[in-house]
Write a protein that binds this ligand. Structure first.
Ligand code: AMP
Ligand code: ZN
Length: 133
């Protein structure tokens, strides 16, 4: 399979690796949005979180926690934005699951996750009905 993040996760091509455990690696994003912008890649190829076996989902979140702790200790940011671009429409460019961890600073000029989009067609009640029906 010709997947760049598989190749990185299995060290077939170089990256700026800053973390590794049995199931995931953490690499510095090649186009960082903030200093210390990390991508967490599961070693097993999946396109999205939906394909991760339930028993392995926790492994990815553990890697996210460990890397966030490492970055906090070493870079001393004021906070973090942590998220996944899930699907092309949401901005996913590489079809191998990756979690972005972006250290944040008070003066970095960025916004919060809610500032990515503002799009409303139905009321909260209508949406709730759809989800629960
Ligand atoms: P996304 O839009 O969520 O798919 O994000 C893909 C991210 O991967 C972007 O932020 C890219 O800068 C980053 N990226 C692409 N290729 C590499 C690479 N070879 N090494 C590190 N980061 C990469
Ligand atoms: Zn892959």
């Amino acid at each position: 399979m010709d997947c760049i993040f598989c190749k990185i996760a299995h060290k077939e091509i170089p990256s700026h690796l800053i973390y590794e455990d049995v199931s995931a690696v953490g690499i510095l994003d090649i186009h960082p949005r903030t200093p210390g912008h990390v991508l967490v890649l599961p070693k097993a190829h999946v396109v999205s979180i939906k394909e991760v076996p339930s028993e392995s989902v926790g492994d990815i979140f553990l890697a996210v926690k460990n890397i966030t702790t490492l970055l906090e200790e070493k870079l001393k940011p004021d906070g973090f934005t942590i998220g996944i671009n899930h699907g092309e429409i949401a901005g996913q460019e590489v079809p191998h699951l990756h979690v972005h961890i972006m250290p944040r600073w008070r003066d970095d000029g960025g916004g919060c996750i809610q500032s990515i989009v503002q799009y409303q067609k139905e009321s909260v009640e209508e949406i709730k009905k759809k989800i629960l029906s």
